[in-house]
Design a protein around this ligand. Structure first.
Ligand code: FE
Length: 231
């Protein structure tokens, strides 16, 4: 089972109510590169048990995994961002009616019924959290990462957003306003990150390849060279 599949199963079972716990500190210790071994093992055990008891059909589970590996995920959000960067009219529609503009590209549906896009600029940095649980725009970002679901991120993003951003490697200047947005089951957010300098001649596909999941949650910035992605 590869890392992506483990991530998915972890998230899927968490959504189903399984007690997979983690916190930001633990995620940081692992440098965001790997799922902690204990939850991974627990998820594997749960999957085996659910299949053995006939509660879950392994084929259905594989179809679910395939959906979230290949059909939904951050690549969708990246395409939305790249389109907005290159097409001013699309960007305008995206900021006025995000849900409809995303639907133009075929993205929408469950866990993304009502979307709002937040534009980062030289003066405003937006950060998205769900303080209550882990609401996240699945159609454009896929399933939420471990740290997004952690109690530490959910609470500290509100109390000390600049401190949290610093831990993600983002130092936000004092003259930049940090806005924290609390997602709900009804309303979910996607950050439109700033387009990096030096990308003026890039195609939409090239731009999309630069856009990270973290930048669309607000814990990262897009650089002209693709950075690593936290899990
Ligand atoms: Fe939530």
């Amino acid at each position: 089972m590869n890392t992506t599949r483990r991530d998915l199963l972890t998230a899927a079972l968490t959504a189903a109510g399984a007690a997979v716990t983690s916190d930001l500190a633990r995620a940081q210790e692992h440098d965001h590169q790997a799922v902690p071994s204990d939850p991974t093992l627990r998820v594997k055990a749960l999957e085996s048990l659910l299949v053995a008891k006939g509660i879950v059909d392994r084929a259905a589970l594989d179809a679910l995994v395939d959906t979230y590996e290949h059909k939904v995920g951050p690549r969708n959000g990246a395409r939305v961002v790249a389109r907005a960067w290159r097409d001013g009219a699309y960007k305008h529609r995206l900021l006025i009616n995000s849900t409809a503009a995303m639907a133009e590209l075929g993205y929408g549906g469950a866990q993304g019924e009502q979307m709002v896009v937040l534009e980062n600029s030289a003066k405003v940095h937006n950060l998205v959290v769900c303080t209550l649980c882990s609401c996240y725009p699945w159609p454009v970002l896929g399933l939420p990462p471990v740290w997004y679901r952690s109690a530490a991120y959910r609470s500290r993003s509100v109390i000390d957003p600049r401190g949290v951003l610093r831990e993600f490697g983002l130092e936000i200047a004092d003259d930049v306003e940090v806005r924290v947005w609390d997602s709900t089951a009804e309303l979910r957010y996607l950050v439109l990150p700033e387009r990096p300098a030096g990308t003026e001649n890039m195609s939409e596909a090239e731009l999309a390849a630069l856009v990270t999941r973290d930048s669309m949650v607000g814990v990262g910035k897009v650089t002209a060279q693709r950075a690593g992605t936290r899990t």
